[in-house]
Design a protein around this ligand. Structure first.
Ligand code: ATP
Length: 236
């Protein structure tokens, strides 16, 4: 079994509003796996991802990425992570290439190298590299966001609700992209509201509700346990 690349211990988050968004969450994520975090609106999924990525400070607990504590050794931990946020935020007048080069610059990477071409080719964006993002389809825009997140060669990719608000065809397209990335060795953590998406893509599924991680199990075990073609999980 591969070693954990992310270790989360007793994570707690209370916002100033008093909302308890995370309540004693512990979890290990192994290198090379796809973990889907499933839960309804307000469950705490984005908060969990934001803390792991060092964007939100936890009220308690610890997160280590590749052995680096996200709070004490932010730079080293952050370098290992790529994040695709929920919202598509691309400058409509920037080209694909300039968007991705900008992200590389944030990590001190040179504008061009063989990895950049390989990355854009693997996401079927190379032929569109000089197109402005406003000219791209919804699927291509999402792939540009993934290319930006992978621009500095992180080992872990977070996808926060990658298929929220998209049609079935585009959802399936994203599933293929994610599987392809995993085949290239990227560890992937994604959040979703869709059970079928978790079933389709993940090696392990974590269910989160009211800030608590209710279970984390290999998909095969979960499906065996429930003895059904599709998983059925009822959240109270
Ligand atoms: P969704 O699927 O709707 O994106 P989620 O599972 O990602 O939901 P979070 O966004 O992590 O859930 O929210 C968890 C709880 O924390 C919710 O009750 C939310 O209202 C609250 N919350 C999130 N961000 C903040 C904030 N910046 N300030 C105060 N409360 C917040």
């Amino acid at each position: 079994m591969s070693p954990p690349i992310i270790q989360i211990e007793h994570l707690v988050k209370r916002y100033d509003s008093g909302t308890a968004a995370l309540d004693d969450v512990s979890l290990e994520i192994r290198e090379g796996e796809i973990l889907a975090l499933l839960g309804p609106n307000g469950a705490g999924k984005t908060t969990l991802i934001s803390i792991i990525c060092g964007l939100v400070r936890p009220s308690g607990g610890a997160v280590r990425v590749g052995g680096h504590d996200i709070q004490r050794d932010w730079r080293a931990a952050r370098r290992m992570i790529g994040l695709v946020p929920q919202e598509i935020a691309l400058d409509p007048f920037e080209t694909v290439l300039s968007c991705v080069r900008f992200s590389r610059g944030l990590y001190g990477e040179p504008p061009d190298d063989p990895y950049l071409e390989q990355l854009l080719r693997s996401l079927a964006l190379w032929d569109k590299r000089d197109a402005r993002t406003r000219e791209l389809s919804g699927g291509m825009k999402r792939r540009v966001l993934i290319a930006k997140a992978l621009a500095h060669r992180p080992r872990v990719l977070f996808l926060d609700e990658p298929t929220a608000g998209v049609d079935v065809a585009l959802r399936r397209e994203m599933w293929l992209v994610v599987r392809d990335l995993r085949a290239q060795g990227v560890t992937i953590i994604l959040t979703t509201h869709y059970l079928e998406e978790a079933e389709e893509m993940a090696d392990r599924i974590g269910v989160i509700n009211h800030g608590r991680l209710l279970l984390v199990q290999p998909k095969s075990e979960l499906m065996g346990e429930f003895g059904k073609k599709h998983l059925t999980i009822t959240l109270q």
